[in-house]
Write a protein that binds this ligand. Structure first.
Ligand code: ATP
Length: 374
């Protein structure tokens, strides 16, 4: 007997010039941000970048210094948390230890004076797949199960927006990965807008439709996970989302669809559309490429490398076999060390430390960044 999933409609969130200062310290710089209705949105950044403060301003737990918060077209800046159609799930679950799971989930309904809660509570317990545990106390559940109760409890009043503040932070890595998929499934099923705060780039990329990368109280870049990864606009984003090779280069030819760069003694090609720097002739840029986009060919076989590939000569410094791939550190004269991740398909036995090799990758996988930013 499968009950129907409780459907709610998600609301959109619009932040207009919202900021927060504590004394002379600016935690969040004036920020404009739109979270589309029904989306899974992640605020991603290192500790102290202002993501929790931003979330708390949406919740109404923190009063903005400037700016307004709009929920589904309504200015809620002056409303207390309980008058906003939002609910928050915190890292520490905050379940009532003396109530069983059923009553924890029913709490929001009972507080509103609703008597017949059975159907809704059962639907919610089904949604988070905890029906059989309804009569247990929170301390009889695992961390992941407790977090699912916290989600069910937060969803029972059908908020338009669910805010999640590092909800998986207390879980070990394996459970964390499971819960990421679980939360994603729940969000897709209920259709409520989720705004999720995390410092874990893999978590944000796995779960969210849109990720806002925050740094120093500002949104540094916003986009779909794959887009941010493939087209980072700043060195901060390039380095925060995975490993990147950033090669110092000078623009020797500009104006066409492709920029020509000089890096040490080598010419590199960069699609102009993938360069976020101004990149006039004579200017410095950083040419970036992700380690898994780069291939290694033994120097003796360099003639076979595709003509449209960027290439750099180097020497293998280190090779670590990690199962799915081998991770190489390659020393490139004049440019330092670059990382290469190669899948272990037909490994070339000559690719060992000390070997002379050529690194190469499709020009299309090259991105260009401003070399003057910090
Ligand atoms: P974390 O992941 O560590 O929680 P965060 O990105 O969520 O980091 P915030 O909690 O938003 O960061 O804090 C942003 C900055 O504002 C931090 O430097 C923090 O010390 C500061 N801050 C937060 N709350 C206050 C407060 N009540 N008074 C003074 N400074 C504060």
């Amino acid at each position: 007997t499968k009950t129907e999933t409780p459907q709610s409609s998600g609301g959109d969130v619009r932040l207009h010039g919202i900021s927060k200062t504590y004394g002379s310290f600016t935690a969040v710089q004036p920020l404009d941000l739109t979270v589309p209705a029904g989306s899974f949105f992640a605020l991603l950044g290192a500790s102290g970048c202002g993501k929790t403060t931003t979330l708390r301003m949406i919740a109404g737990l923190e009063e903005p210094t400037t700016g307004t918060v709009e929920l589904s077209g309504r200015d809620v800046t002056a409303l207390p948390p309980y008058k906003r159609q939002v609910n928050t799930v915190f890292q520490n679950y905050a379940l009532f230890p003396h109530l069983d799971i059923y009553e924890n989930v029913a709490f929001g309904l009972r507080r509103r004076g609703i008597k017949s809660v059975k159907k809704q509570v059962e639907e919610m317990l089904d949604l988070v797949q905890l029906g059989p545990m309804a009569r247990r106390k929170p301390q009889q559940l695992s961390g992941g199960q407790q977090q699912r109760v916290a989600v069910a409890r937060a969803l029972i009043n059908h908020p338009q927006v669910l805010l999640l503040d590092e909800p998986l932070g207390a879980l070990d890595l394996k459970l964390r990965r499971q819960m990421q998929l679980e939360l994603k499934r729940i969000q897709t099923e209920v259709g409520i807008t989720f705004v999720h705060v995390t410092h874990d780039q893999e978590e944000a990329m796995t779960m969210a439709d849109t990720v806002a990368v925050m740094n120093g109280g500002r949104v540094e870049q916003l986009g779909a996970p794959a887009d941010l990864y493939e087209n980072p606009g700043t060195t901060f984003v390039a380095n925060f989302l995975g490993t990147s090779n950033l090669i110092e280069a000078e623009v020797v030819e500009a104006g066409g669809e492709e920029l020509l760069l000089r890096a040490a003694d080598t010419t590199l090609h960069l699609p102009a559309a993938r360069c976020s720097a101004s990149a006039r002739k004579g200017e410095k840029v950083l040419a970036g490429v992700r380690p898994e986009k780069v291939a290694l060919t033994h120097a003796d076989d360099a003639d076979g490398i595709a003509a449209e590939h960027n290439r750099l000569p180097g020497r293998i410094k280190d090779a670590s076999f990690i199962g799915v791939s081998t991770q190489y550190v390659v020393e490139v004269p004049g440019l330092g060390e670059l990382a290469v991740y190669e899948q272990n398909i037909e490994r070339d036995g000559r690719l060992v430390p000390g070997a002379g090799i050529v690194l190469h990758w499709s020009r299309a996988h090259t991105f260009g960044l401003d070399a003057t930013q910090d």
